[in-house]
Design a protein around this ligand. Structure first.
Ligand SMILES: [Zn+2]
Length: 279
């Protein structure tokens, strides 16, 4: 274990937090032990030869930081002969840190969120970020050179194609069932099925685009979210003639939940039963 690894281990052992434990850069930005830091303000970087470089952005000196951790300067060059947690125990380190302040502005990556999925809509992508139970959706515009910029520029959500539209159009051409669901994560979860959704979720159901792509396709099966927003959306699909079949999940379930509850075979049975019933 080099000095950098050991020092990071010591910060872990004393409870110095980070705004984002999911990335390497996040892990290197820690709460400073020398001041009441909701920051995190302490940068901990590896130096040459495995040494460690520490800088508190609010101005604590290196000696103050080391003193707070009961470490000598030599710890910046060389790990102690005992593991960090044992060292903290031996020298009686008891530090209390305030909660890490998650910045309200800035990208989700700077606020402790982890990128869970990227959904491709051609000219735009939808990123899904998660931190515990909190979810955040971020649209990015795809530039002609393939790079991405946050936000939607020169493109509105209503102009976007359906999710996986090209695959759906091919499936329609050969008469396969199309599952119309209310989120990209449900589409992604329904492995082995042709499924789609529209950009924007249940409150922004894109009747025009759906009518254009699915039209009066008889093998469309809507699997709505079984909650008030999802059922209101289903009613709009019904009214527009876009819901020839409906497979209703259990209370508060969405298509993904139903699929995991029934399992692939049970789900397949339910769909085939519906499609055959009308064929
Ligand atoms: Zn400090």
């Amino acid at each position: 274990m080099n000095a950098h690894e050991w020092f990071m281990g010591l910060l872990d052992a004393v409870g110095s937090g980070t705004a984002n434990p999911h990335t390497e850069s996040g892990r290197r930005q820690r709460q400073c032990p020398a001041h009441a830091d909701s920051g995190p303000s302490l940068s901990v970087r590896p130096g040459p030869d495995g040494s460690v470089r520490i800088t508190c952005f609010t101005g604590c000196t290196r000696d103050a930081i080391l003193a707070a951790l009961r470490c000598s300067r030599s710890r910046l060059a060389k790990a102690a002969p005992v593991p960090p947690a044992q060292y903290a125990e031996m020298v009686g380190l008891r530090l209390a840190f305030p909660p890490v302040e998650h910045k309200r502005n800035g990208p989700p990556s700077a606020r402790g969120f982890r990128l869970e999925a990227v959904h491709d809509y051609g000219q735009a992508v939808l990123e899904r970020w998660r931190s515990g139970q909190h979810k955040e959706l971020v649209w990015e515009t795809v530039r002609p050179d393939g790079s991405r910029v946050p936000g939607l520029f020169g493109v509105s959500i209503a102009d976007l194609p359906l999710y996986r539209q090209a695959e759906v159009q091919m499936a329609i051409a050969v008469g396969e069932p199309i599952l119309l669901v209310e989120s990209e994560s449900s589409v992604d979860a329904l492995r082995g099925w042709y499924s789609t959704t529209w950009a924007g979720g249940a409150p922004a159901v894109n009747i025009g685009r759906l009518a254009e792509v699915l039209g009066r396709y008889p093998n469309t099966i809507v699997v709505p979210d079984n909650d008030p927003a999802g059922l209101a959306c289903l009613a709009r699909l019904h009214a527009a003639g876009l819901a020839p079949h409906v497979l209703m999940p259990g209370a508060d379930e969405d298509a993904r939940d139903l699929y995991s509850r029934l399992g692939p075979a049970g789900f397949d049975h339910a769909i085939r039963h519906l499609v055959r019933a009308v064929a």
